[in-house]
Design a binder for this molecule. Structure first.
Ligand code: SF4
Length: 280
């Protein structure tokens, strides 16, 4: 069985925290440039130019793309033939977050208790989702999540009879009610099915998909395209100043569900759609 020392995980996580906050994915940048070409509103165009300029500043100066450097959310695929040695796995990730947020001068945005609200001062604990998979590798994906867009997210337990029309109505209305709050243009993650908790996670996982990719199931690929068109007709525009470009993409993830249930969730992601991965 292959072995991996926790120090390697900490080192990788430290780098991921900084890279995710400094460098936006090429897919997001490319789509923002397309939006700049398509946007008709002069103010909307101006905002998009500034967003693109901000990406270059992040790259050139290794500076965070936003002052909200996010809650450190991880999706981990742990190969069942891999043995983690030298310490506690969760702690190795938290230590990487501690070091990455400190060395990268990234804002610490976590409070230890939701009522008491004392800052933990090191951006821990991270949220760590682990899947056991075949193989002997460890894949770690970080998706630092800003509060502004997260706060506009919602899970709704719908009646199964609501059908696809109910999904469309809910998703478009959720984006409409969000207005400028999630810092558009947004990526809209949609979860359909599972249980209450699983559904929310589907919507978050949907945000990790590359922008420009389409759903493997043609039905959901069509639904994504329809939702994107409808959302972009809302006129919210870049940073809420009006325009065509309210969303960069709508991504759907689905899961089987109970015969009596029809959970649907929306996880909103701002234009700083950060995520980075590494395989150890
Ligand atoms: S929603 Fe995104 S762009 Fe807006 S403040 Fe939060 S992290 Fe920054």
């Amino acid at each position: 069985m292959r072995e991996l020392h926790v120090s390697k995980i900490t080192e990788a996580v430290k780098t991921l925290c900084m890279d995710a906050n400094f460098y936006l994915g090429k897919d997001v940048e490319g789509r923002l440039k397309e939006c700049l070409e398509q946007e008709e509103s002069p103010t909307g165009k101006d905002v998009l130019r500034k967003i693109i300029e901000n990406i270059d500043i992040g790259k050139d100066e290794r500076a965070p793309l936003c002052q909200d450097t996010g809650y450190a959310v991880f999706f981990v695929e742990l190969g069942q033939e891999l043995r983690i040695i030298g310490g506690d796995f969760n702690e190795s990730i938290n230590e990487g977050v501690r070091q990455g947020y400190e060395d990268g001068y990234l804002r610490k945005s976590v409070v230890s208790d939701p009522i008491e609200r004392k800052n933990t001062k090191d951006n821990t604990p991270a949220i760590i989702n682990v899947d056991i998979v075949p193989g002997d590798k460890l894949k770690i994906t970080i998706a630092p999540k800003g509060g502004g867009s997260e706060n506009m997210s919602e899970v709704r337990m719908m009646a199964p009879a609501a059908g696809v029309e109910g999904v469309i109505e809910f998703v478009v209305d959720r984006v409409k009610r969000s207005g400028a709050n999630p810092c558009p243009p947004v990526v809209v993650g949609v979860g359909i099915g599972g249980t209450f908790d699983k559904c929310a996670q589907l919507a978050k996982r949907a945000l990790l998909r590359e922008i420009g990719s389409v759903h493997v199931n043609p039905f959901y690929a069509e639904l994504e395209a329809e939702l994107l068109e409808k959302v972009n007709k809302l006129g919210i525009g870049p940073q809420g100043f009006g325009g065509r470009c309210t969303a960069l993409a709508v991504h759907i993830e689905v899961h089987p569900c109970h015969i009596a249930s029809f959970p649907v969730s929306v996880n909103m992601q701002c234009h700083v759609a950060r995520h980075k991965e590494v395989i150890l």
